[in-house]
Design a binder for this molecule. Structure first.
Ligand SMILES: [Zn+2]
Length: 443
């Protein structure tokens, strides 16, 4: 049961991109926004819970459109593919989803899930079995035998972790249909991968395979997203009919043109790269990658800005779920990066995580803006994100998270779990015990 809530005072950022205004009243009842302004004040019953937002900002709940809720802040691909029991994956995800919600994310899109548990998690959330944001999800990512970012850990065929290997147009059609039957909201393609002899990720799908996934999914009314980390893959994905392109790294003018013509949306997901570049050393990330990732951000941001100016829909996603992007800590950083790297305004950046996120959820008519009839996912933020966009990436600045019409208890202890057997990779030693290390170089 959702309660009746009246939010008074403060500044309203409604998520549509219009200039913020004074909040004259927002009335929430039965999980929806039922009235605004004078009407909200008039219609509110005496029993309504009143939230005074004076000197604060009222805005739609954030939508994180690139989040891996089953990865549990994973440290390595080996862990991800070979150390995760399916039952534990679902149970641990349920706990992590509380963290996501408590950081102001009231909806998210998960491209691919370990053991394909995404649809079950989504249904458990919607039925109130577990607490967390609204979810839209893929089952597993489709990869070719050439692999993806996990290289040779991907088998030649079959299923492992978040991956489903497809090796022909027929395979693509079969698995697209199977995932949709299992409840996929999105089909996820891993269009680029890395091989030992090739520098950087490159396209590992044929045009026919890409098109088969798009045509099959679209015929069943499901959209397709693709991981694309070079220019050629962005162009090929756009031409095949992919609806949402993740990363879109190093786009050139030809790729950009294909994106503009196709109407695909872009979700650059700079946060993971920026965290590694800025803070990787402090958590012992593989050294030497800082400049590589900085360069990827600046090269990609320039073209992303051109795409934005050409009217391409920009989507906000954090890639939370890795040790470099733990749940509950980084969901708002992408907006700051959009402001700093693309040069768009804080208000425009907020729209990528509200109105545009609702598009990624397939819920544009229900989510993403503060309007009468929309679902009651609302934040009250202590401060002004237009003056300082960084506050949206600081949980301490959240004074209210209202999800599905209910206030989320932000005062409970932060959920966390202890050691789970076999969850992490054990190692015999951090380095080799050479004779010199044992006895000293001069002995
Ligand atoms: Zn991802």
């Amino acid at each position: 049961m959702s309660s009746t809530i009246l939010i008074t005072g403060g500044t309203l950022i409604d998520g549509t991109g219009v200039t913020p205004v004074d909040n004259d009243g927002i009335l929430l009842a039965n999980g929806v926004i039922v009235a605004l302004g004078d009407q909200a004040m008039k219609q509110a019953s005496p029993e309504a819970t009143v939230i005074d937002a004076t000197d604060k900002t009222v805005m739609p709940g954030l939508i994180d459109s690139h989040l891996h809720c089953t990865f549990d802040d994973v440290q390595s691909n080996d862990q991800l593919f070979f150390h995760r029991d399916p039952t534990l994956v679902a149970l641990v995800a349920a706990q992590n989803l509380q963290k996501v919600l408590r950081s102001g994310v009231t909806s998210f899109v998960d491209p691919d899930t370990l053991h394909g548990v995404g649809p079950s998690l989504r249904d458990a959330l919607d039925a109130g079995v577990i607490e967390g944001p609204r979810m839209k999800t893929g089952v597993q990512a489709l990869l070719t035998a050439a692999g993806g970012t996990a290289g040779p850990l991907i088998p030649d065929e079959g299923t492992v972790g978040y991956a489903q290997v497809v090796n022909s147009v027929d395979d693509v059609i079969l698995w697209t249909r199977r995932h949709i039957k299992q409840g996929a909201d999105w089909i996820k393609i891993h269009a680029t991968g890395s091989t030992p002899t090739h520098r950087g990720e490159f396209l590992v799908w044929s045009a026919n395979e890409l098109k088969a996934a798009c045509d099959t999914a679209h015929a069943l009314d499901v959209r397709v997203m693709s991981h694309c980390r070079n220019s050629e893959s962005v162009r090929a994905a756009a031409e095949a009919g992919v609806d949402l392109i993740l990363h879109a790294s190093f786009m050139d003018e030809i790729a950009l043109d294909a994106v503009v013509r196709s109407g695909a949306a872009l979700c650059p997901t700079f946060t993971f790269l920026a965290n590694l570049a800025d803070f990787g050393a402090s958590v012992g990330a593989s050294p030497g990658m800082e400049d590589v990732f900085r360069n990827e951000i600046s090269a990609t941001a320039k073209m992303m800005r051109e795409a934005y100016d050409a009217g391409v829909t920009l989507i906000c996603g954090s890639e939370s779920g890795f040790a470099l992007t733990p749940y509950g800590h980084w969901h708002g950083r992408e907006m700051e990066l959009f402001v700093n790297e693309l040069g768009i305004s804080p208000l425009q950046a907020i729209t990528t995580a509200t109105k545009n996120g609702a598009w990624a959820m397939g819920m544009e008519d229900e989510l993403g803006t503060i309007e009468v009839g929309k679902l009651a996912d609302v934040l009250v933020v202590d401060g002004d994100p237009i003056q300082d966009i960084k506050i949206l990436n600081n949980r301490a600045k959240l004074s209210e998270v209202i999800s599905r019409g209910n206030r989320v208890d932000l005062d409970r202890p932060w959920p966390d779990h202890g050691r789970i057997p076999n969850w992490q990779i054990g190692s015999w030693a951090a380095t080799s015990l050479t004779w010199e290390r044992a006895y000293g170089a001069s002995s």
